[in-house]
Design a protein around this ligand. Structure first.
Ligand SMILES: [Zn+2]
Length: 176
């Protein structure tokens, strides 16, 4: 068995575990899923907000890491909506934290049967962002959140290139 096969197998087993075995935390806009607490803490450490975005955290009641990470994500999402001037009703995004880009590639392969070298991607069908915690940066998560907002805003899906352009626009302007 080669190592990518083993990796896919382990991921599938993890996904088959009952939901409560995965950690999960919910916020206004986000359901965040993670394999273990360490991954959640790493993600929180990598997710460094710009000064302007941090300002919006001031009024939030942050006690735990879970509070902090979901507050950050909600702030990023609200800013992304402003950047795009799109405010979809009932916006909700599932975000699945994976340890590394190899896990993201394995997840992608298990779902689509294709190889890809993404550090993150948004699944239109599942309305879910998969992201490598190792590679998490504000701009990376902003890009995928851009995809999610565009996806949930339009009733008719825009062409792929336009979708991508709007995600890039979100990424570029998230810290403005
Ligand atoms: Zn994209």
């Amino acid at each position: 068995m080669n190592s990518s096969f083993v990796r896919i197998l382990l991921l599938l087993l993890a996904l088959l575990m009952p939901l409560e075995a995965w950690g999960q935390v919910q916020s206004r806009y986000v359901t965040l899923r993670y394999g273990n607490k360490l991954i959640l803490h790493d993600f929180n450490d990598e997710l460094v907000l710009s000064r302007k975005l941090r300002y919006h955290l001031k009024n939030k009641n942050i006690v735990t890491v879970k509070d902090e990470v979901t507050a950050k994500l909600d702030v990023i999402i609200e800013k992304a909506e402003v950047v795009l001037a799109m405010f979809p009703d009932d916006l909700h995004i599932t975000i699945v934290l994976l340890a590394s880009r190899k896990d993201v590639a394995a997840m992608y392969k298990s779902k689509y049967g294709k190889r890809a070298n993404h550090i993150s991607y948004y699944s239109l069908r599942e309305k879910t962002i998969y992201i490598s915690v190792d590679d998490t940066r504000l701009r990376v998560i902003a890009h995928e959140i851009g995809h999610a907002i565009v996806d949930q805003y339009f009733k008719v899906r825009p062409p792929y290139n336009i979708h991508e352009l709007m995600a890039q626009f979100t990424e570029k302007h998230i810290s403005d």
